[in-house]
Every structure is written in C-alpha cells, then in structure tokens.
Design a protein around this ligand. Structure first.
Ligand SMILES: Cc1ncc(COP(=O)(O)O)c(C=O)c1O
Length: 468
C-alpha cells in the first residue's frame, strides 16, 4: 500500500498538467510552492486560473454537440471575486444561493441575465433584490416561495423567469448529506409539479421557463444523472402537453465529481466516491442523450461547482510541531507508536477533513520517497482536529526526514473549503494567492488579522443596544 501511494505521487509529478519539481521543491503551474510560501506567513491557498479555464473548457467540449448549453458555475464552491473574474472571462454564466452571492456575482461583472438563483430559503428582501436584477431564472423551491415571487414581481411590475425545482426521487452513491434528489430538503414533490406549473402560468409577472433539479454532489457514476434527467424530461413533456405551452430551458444542476483519488491510483483511501468512474463527458452524454429524445431546441442549463474549482487549488501548510507517542491499551500495555506531525492548518481551514481524501505531499522534499506513516494534527484545541482520511486509514505518508518548517500541501482543495473556513480558536482565515493565466502569482485575498476578528464587536452603534 505504501508503494501504491508513492507510485501515484511519482506518476502525478511526471504527468499531471499542474505539477512539476525543481530543486527538491514542488512546482504548481511552474511556480515553486516553497519559494512562494516565504512571502506569506501561515497557511494559504493557491488557485490556478489555467486549471479553472481548462476545467470549464472540458465541460464545454463535453457539451459541444448541444450548442444551447449554458454553464452556470456554482459560485458557492468558491466565490472570491478574482475567481469569479476568471470564470467570467471564459464566457460562462453563474449560479448563486443568496442575495449576497448575487451581489458578489454582479460585483464580478456578471449581468442579471447570466445568473441563476437557487436555494431552499429565499427571503422576501432577497427576492425583491433578485427580481430587480432580472435574472436568467429563479429556481423555485416551494409553493410558498412561488407565491412570494408572484406577489413581489406584481408589486414591482417586473417579469420574473422561473424554473420549478423538483425532486426526481433518484438516489446517488455519494456522502449522505450530498444526496439532493432523494428525501432531500430541496425541491417540490413530483406529484405537485403539474399543479404548481399550472398556477405559475396564471401569474401575470411570473414567466415559467423550465424545470430544475440537482442530483447531488461528488456523484461517482453517470447512471443517476441519466435516470433523473429522464424523470425531468418525462415530467416536462407531460406538463407541456397538459398546458399547451413550451418550456424554453431545462436545468439539470451540478454534481460532476472531482477525482480526489486519481484514476491511476491502485491504493486505498477514503470512500468510493473519492475515485469517481465518470467525468464531464459522461455527465454530458447522460443528459444530452435523454434531453434529445424529447427536444433538441431547448437550452440545457448546468450548474457545475466542484468540477470547475476542485482541482484548481492547493492548501499550503507547514509542519509546526512533532511528537512521538505510545499507543497504550486500557491495561497500560504498549500496542504501538504514533508519529505526530502538527500542522498550522486544521478543520478551521479544511472543513472536509473528516471524510474527504486529499493527497498530502511534502513540497520541501518532493523528490524523496513518501513512506513514513504519520498522523497529521491541526493546531486547534480540539481532540478531533486531526486529518482522518489518508492512504493508511487515519495515517498519511511523508518522507522520513520531514521536519518542522517543511511545507506540506493538500491537493485538490479548491471547492467548498475556503467558503466554510472559520476563525475558531482565534486562528486566522487564510490568504489566497492566484497564479494567473500568464503564470504570475498574486494575492487575491489577504490573511485575516486580529483586528478583523474584533471588527463585529467594536464600535457598535448605540441604537443597537437593548436596554432592559
Ligand atoms: C442546486 C445546486 N446546484 C449546483 C450545485 C453544485 O454542485 P457541484 O459542486 O457538485 O457541481 C449544488 C451543490 O450543492 C447545488 O445545490
């Protein structure tokens, strides 16, 4: 198993378009990660603009045989302004989940007509803002929300394009919380769809454009997408017949997986969906084949998030402590030993630490075999703050000479990690660096400071004081 991990590391360094090595150091998009780390204190993320472009290009060419495809990048996967700029420069559209996410997309230069708006909760003030932006569509999640949209768009006298989000009742083989088309909190029952579409068609300012679904995130095979698209298409066809009108789009959501364990990796580590059996081409084939059985003249909207940014970032962290511990049983007998290496990043910066598999390499000694088993602890005063999913269960493999100050990188951390960072225990949210299209590295978010952490507690306006 040790050899599988190291064999994969060598394969990655030799063949992966993102990586290389020079002078014992890891290169990411030809930038020396260890040299770069000297410019930024503490842990930070590095994004590659080229990788984001390549991923979008891969999705675009997968959908080449359906020209009317709209790629709406799911901005919650990483919504930093500069990342949104990179996405916008590719010509893709965007997906948002709150009024503030819409504001971010607008600030990054997306027009209202390039934004689709999702979410199980859209409050009246958010809908008011969204309707004024004249979005490509609002994906309606409930009858309650449909009524709100009807009222607000009437009051504003603005036409509002909507899709109805339904739950196709299709399971996906992914983490339980990421399954969103089966007994999920989102969407309406299939059995309510005809009635709600009929109601929407009578609303003067509501323009019913299509149906929407999202099967799940990090779905490892294409079958659920094919099955769910068939459910959506059959439903759309029957609604069109009943009400004698035509939808102009169908939105099949996101879910294209990122390979966290690469296809060539013969070793172990993490749940099965970490090594998916499908990519953008399989997703596209599943969707297009079924939609074309119905119509070819319809816009297919897709909402990929993880696939766009997952492989586009590294977390750069450092060994900041070490110890050797004995594993005792309850009687005090020695059962083994554990080498701990402590990092300056824990679950405050990698919220998926518990059940996600990441390749972890020593960027300072990338040319040395990674064969020593270690546990990787984070800095938090929390017994649970250690990385759980490595090539040897909860153990990882590093060069035996790995020591304090070495730069340790986590691969493929571009999706959903930055967005969920916290400043738990007073540790700062990270800086983020972008390697742009020209290969130049620049800071796109600075590290949080102590003053930033106190900002919400200082200089409170007197009017917010509650006197009892
Ligand atoms: C409605 C919707 N669309 C798109 C996405 C993006 O999914 P992914 O990042 O797996 O492509 C999500 C993620 O949860 C979602 O809920």
């Amino acid at each position: 198993m040790h050899t599988h991990f190291d064999a994969q590391r060598r394969t990655t360094l030799a063949n992966d378009r993102r990586f290389g090595q020079d002078n014992h150091h890891l290169l990411f998009e030809q930038v020396d990660v260890v040299e770069l780390s000297r410019h930024y204190p503490g842990p930070f993320f590095i994004y590659s603009a080229r990788e984001i472009q390549r991923n979008i290009e891969e999705i675009r060419s997968a959908f080449a045989r359906h020209a009317a495809t709209r790629i709406c990048y799911a901005s919650k996967a990483c919504s930093l302004l500069e990342i949104l700029h990179v996405v916008r420069d590719t010509g893709a559209s965007i997906e948002a989940n709150s009024a503030n996410e819409i504001r971010r997309c607008r600030a990054a230069g997306f027009s209202g007509a390039e934004i689709v708006y999702n979410g199980v909760v859209k409050q009246p003030d958010e809908l008011d803002y969204a309707i004024r932006q004249q979005l490509h569509s609002i994906n309606v999640d409930s009858e309650y929300e449909l009524d709100l949209i009807n009222q607000i768009s009437q009051r504003l006298k603005i036409d509002t394009r909507i899709c109805l989000r339904v739950e196709p009742n299709v399971k996906a083989d992914t983490h339980e919380g990421l399954m969103t088309a089966f007994r999920a909190k989102s969407g309406v029952d299939l059995s309510d769809a005809h009635r709600l579409c009929g109601a929407a068609l009578k609303m003067p300012y509501v323009k019913l454009c299509g149906l929407h679904m999202h099967v799940g995130d990090q779905v490892p095979d294409a079958a659920p997408f094919r099955e769910a698209t068939r459910v959506l298409v059959n439903l759309a066809r029957s609604i069109e017949q009943q009400f004698q009108f035509r939808f102009d789009m169908i939105n099949v959501g996101g879910g294209i997986p990122t390979p966290y364990r690469y296809a060539t990796d013969m070793g172990d580590g993490g749940p099965a969906n970490m090594q998916p059996r499908m990519g953008a081409a399989d997703f596209a084939a599943a969707v297009i084949d079924v939609v074309h059985e119905w119509r070819t003249d319809i816009e297919i909207c897709i909402e990929p998030g993880r696939k766009v940014v997952g492989s586009a970032a590294l977390l750069v962290t450092h060994i900041v402590g070490k110890k050797h511990k004995t594993l005792l049983n309850e009687r005090g007998d020695t059962e083994g030993h554990v080498e701990w290496r402590m990092l300056d990043a824990g679950f405050n910066l990698v919220p998926d630490y518990k059940d996600w598999y990441y390749y972890v390499y020593n960027a300072s000694r990338i040319d040395q075999p990674h064969q020593q088993a270690v546990k990787l602890g984070g800095p938090l005063c929390d017994g649970g703050d250690y990385f759980r999913v490595g090539p040897l269960g909860d153990q990882f493999l590093l060069p035996s000479a790995s020591d304090v100050d070495d730069v340790i990188v986590f691969l493929d951390v571009g999706a959903y990690q930055i967005e969920s960072q916290t400043s738990y225990n007073g540790y700062a949210r990270t800086a983020v660096v972008l390697i742009d299209q020209a290969g130049k590295a620049r800071l796109i978010r600075r590290q949080e400071t102590f003053d930033d952490m106190l900002l919400l507690e200082r200089d409170l306006p007197a009017s917010t004081m509650v006197h009892t």
